[in-house]
Design a protein around this ligand. Structure first.
Ligand code: GDP
Ligand code: MG
Length: 786
């Protein structure tokens, strides 16, 4: 029977997991392993995905993914499953030859600096630990990459300078997701002196899986048994000293939120660094006879080599070769004997697979969980299930068939209103501030190029972007509240089925919705999406969501040329944007991002009360980033656009007519050069100029028209009609073009920054403009025929 056939409330035992490599690996890391009990808890409102309870926590899984897991009712399972061999005993490594163990990595160079990496599952409290520990830090840098980012900070403690790196959350350190590769590379390349492994004490079984990998990697690890308050509240208890002794890793109870236990944690970090901790010892997890008979000879053969990378132990490399781990093969590529080792590994792996009846990765995962179960049996006393009841109750409401969606949309409405309506007040103050600054500069600076640069170029350009700051702060208030409370995962849970249709994750919905307000915060909001390809796709389709800056243009042209049907035209434009977003998402899925590397196995963490401290911290972080962007990229772009529209200056006597000012400038020249390209759309050089001038912000179309048609805003629509420049069909084409063509400067720079690559920003510019041209062309042609 398949797991997907299980009805809500029923339980079963896992027999087997089929499916492909990365997917199966992820499912197993998350606790879906042979012999484990799993309960179907709740369907999402659209009946897919489903919330399951496994290994003491809740996880959401799509039905088609659950269909790859074979289960049986408890009674029948007992007959099928042979009792798993006990892996309770482990070997202590006393400098065994297969380990290549460097007891003192860093004794030589640095005497009083300790580099510490924070490793742990998503939501295990790494960032809270990081923030609480480096609270008084002088410097917090932010390195963002495609999906993954690591934050660094430092603190002084007992004469040591401790540098902390907050690594992305992972369930393991295999090579299947960008986060995992990032974490492994960090350990390999940076060689942190000590690792703090954040472990959720109340969900210890699954969390320790990652710890077993750190043991294999022979890293100097201290486990922070975090959220110890939740463990105590549930009535469970852990003999952490005994557990630590068994695993060879010191374990320190912590409550990151209040800072409890952190001094003890840091003391232990120093002990580890100085090699003075008594609990820490290197152990070999016993993987059972069949696997050991593959690992030991291979490690023995590899141990003879002198060119093996020193970062990880030989035993680990041998295991990875048996698993055919792509990242490890890459790292071992320079070794002379790699081909021979791979051949040996192939043979040994084959033998072990025949003996165990499963592939090497599964066998190793099973053994790891066996080891953990053995260790917990002696040290862990489970509490009552009552701790989960609150979460269960809220979930029954939040993911209710009838109430789930209305609640979600009500919340979105509140967020939307707050971001754009409440945000409008401070937005106005900032705009006023900038305009006052402009007036002031007009008084101080002599008339001429410099004055124009400062007022229209810098203050105007930077101001048009800076006004979004309050919106972004409010947005982040909501996002971090939703993230920290656990609601975000539920929003993804209920929206997933719809988003899946266009090849995306449930988590893509919120950023897309935000896009109707402003694309910049929307793209920032994609950070909540863990899947690398889903996040990139979401970033690339967000500009099709018609942002509020385009609204003034719609109002002007739809009002002028379709006075009776203006609302319908506007709705049609919004819909066209959504359709283009969906089509583009599908296209990207078919072409560039063929498969989603991350399955939709998403932890549904228990609801937690967000702390003021972490919320404020998130808001400040975004605020800082945004200001930095305004000061750099936006500033530069504003100056360039100003230059193009100001120079060369027309002769003094022809300065009178407004439109001529632009006509003679570089922008005017570009507009005229572009005219042949825009002509098939029924648009002339004036429209082309308006489009180019709108690169800093799309609402600039309106003010540019004002200059070009020599008209104030009140009479602008009449002037447009009188000019004869537009027909109904070319006006429609223009509207479509404004909707679809490449996003404003702020959005483009955000795309470049958030994807970590200019390539994607360039793609957005070219692709969106191409699509805009094609569709506007079609609209104009069809319009003309009709
Ligand atoms: P990360 O994903 O590993 O960086 O985890 P975060 O630091 O963002 O924490 C996830 C959630 O757990 C947040 O809502 C924190 O406020 C909460 N949290 C962190 N540490 C503790 C703790 O020790 N006790 C409790 N009750 N909650 C915690
Ligand atoms: Mg974090």
């Amino acid at each position: 029977m398949k797991l997907s056939e299980l009805k809500n409330g029923e339980t079963a035992i896992i027999i087997r997991i089929s499916g492909h490599g990365g997917f199966r690996k992820r499912i197993m890391e998350m606790g879906f392993v042979r012999g484990e009990k799993v309960k179907s808890v709740l369907d999402s409102p659209l009946s897919d995905p489903v919330k399951y309870h496994v290994m003491g926590y809740d996880v959401s899984l799509r039905r088609n993914e659950a269909a790859t897991i074979e289960v049986l009712p408890e009674e029948e399972a007992k007959k099928v499953l042979t009792p798993a061999p006990s892996f309770g005993c482990t070997a202590v490594c006393n400098d065994c030859p297969a380990c290549n163990f460097k007891h003192h990595k860093s004794d030589a160079v640095r005497k009083n600096t300790i580099n510490v990496a924070l490793v742990g599952n998503p939501n295990s409290g790494k960032t809270s630990l990081f923030n609480t520990m480096s609270g008084s830090s002088e410097h917090v840098g932010n390195y963002s990459g495609v999906t993954v980012e690591a934050k660094t900070g430092s603190l002084n403690y007992k004469g040591y300078r401790i540098n902390l790196t907050d690594l992305p959350g992972t369930y393991s350190i295999s090579a299947y997701t960008p986060e995992e590769i990032y974490v492994r590379r960090h350990l390999y390349e940076q060689e942190p002196d000590v690792i703090i492994n954040a472990v959720v004490a109340s969900n210890i079984e699954r969390n320790l899986y990652l710890t077993t990998e750190l043991i294999d990697l022979n890293q100097r690890t201290v486990v922070a048994l975090n959220m110890y308050d939740e463990l105590s509240a549930s009535g469970a208890s852990i003999d952490h000293e005994h557990l630590g002794a068994m695993m060879g890793v010191p374990m320190i109870p912590t409550i990151a939120r209040t800072g409890k236990g952190l001094d003890r944690l840091l003391d232990t970090v120093i002990e580890m660094f100085e090699g003075k901790n008594h609990t820490a010892r290197h152990i070999h997890i016993n993987y059972g006879i069949s696997l050991e008979e593959a690992i030991t000879p291979l490690a023995g053969e590899m141990h003879k080599a002198t060119d093996l990378p020193h970062q990880f132990p030989v035993r680990y490399w041998a295991m990875k070769l048996l698993e055919k781990d792509s990242e490890a093969i890459k790292q071992l590529n320079k070794c002379k004997n790699i081909a021979a080792w791979q051949a040996t590994a192939e043979k040994l792996a084959h033998k072990a697979e025949l003996e165990t009846g499963v592939d090497i990765e599964t066998a190793i995962s099973d053994a790891k969980y066996g080891f953990i179960a053995g260790a917990l049996q002696e040290t862990y006393t489970p509490g009552n299930e009552n701790a989960n009841i609150k979460t269960r109750r809220i979930d029954r409401l939040v993911a209710n068939k009838w109430l789930g969606f209305p609640l979600f949309f009500a919340l979105m409405l509140v967020m939307f209103t707050a971001v754009y309506q409440i945000g409008a007040y401070p937005q106005e103050w900032i705009a006023e501030g900038f305009s006052m600054l402009g007036t002031l500069c007009a008084r101080i600076l002599p008339e001429g190029a410099l004055q124009d640069l400062v007022i229209n170029g810098i203050i105007g350009g930077v101001g048009s972007v800076a006004v979004f700051l309050p919106n972004i702060l409010i947005l982040y208030l909501f996002i971090s509240l939703m993230e920290d409370s656990g609601y975000m995962a539920r929003a993804a849970f209920i929206m997933d089925k719809m988003m899946h249709r266009i090849g995306l994750h449930g988590k893509s919905f919120i950023p897309m919705l935000m896009g109707f307000g402003c694309n910049v915060p929307a793209i920032l909001a994609t950070r909540a999406i863990e899947s690398h390809s889903s996040r990139l796709i979401t970033i690339l389709i967000t500009p099709f969501m018609s942002c509020s800056a385009r609204l003034p243009v719609y109002i002007l042209l739809a009002g002028a040329f379709f006075p009776k049907y203006a609302p319908i035209v506007m709705i049609a434009l919004y819909l066209l944007g959504i359709i283009m977003a969906a089509v583009t998402a599908r296209l990207l899925r078919i072409t560039k991002f063929k498969q989603d590397e991350t399955p939709f196995v998403m932890e549904l963490p228990p609801y937690r009360l967000p702390t003021l401290r972490s919320t404020l911290h998130h808001m400040w972080e975004k605020c800082e980033q945004y200001i930095k962007k305004i000061g750099t990229t936006v500033f530069a772009a504003a100056v360039i656009i100003w230059f193009l529209s100001y120079f060369p200056r027309p002769e003094a006597n022809s300065m009178a007519a407004g439109s001529d000012i632009y006509a003679e400038s570089y922008i005017g020249m570009i507009g005229k050069t572009l005219e042949p390209v825009m002509e098939p759309l029924g648009l002339n050089w004036r429209s082309s100029i308006a489009l180019i001038a709108s690169i800093p912000a799309k609402e600039l179309v309106v003010s540019t028209f004002g200059v070009l048609y020599n008209s104030d805003e009140a009479n602008l629509s009449q002037s447009l009609i009188n000019s004869g420049d537009f027909t109904k069909s070319s006006a429609a084409a223009f509207l479509v073009f404004v909707l679809l063509f490449f996003p404003c400067i702020a959005t483009i720079t955000t795309i470049a920054e958030e994807t970590g690559s200019k390539k994607y920003a360039l793609f957005a510019v070219i692709y969106n403009t191409g699509i805009a041209w094609l569709i506007a062309y079609a609209v104009n042609q069809i319009g003309t025929i009709l």
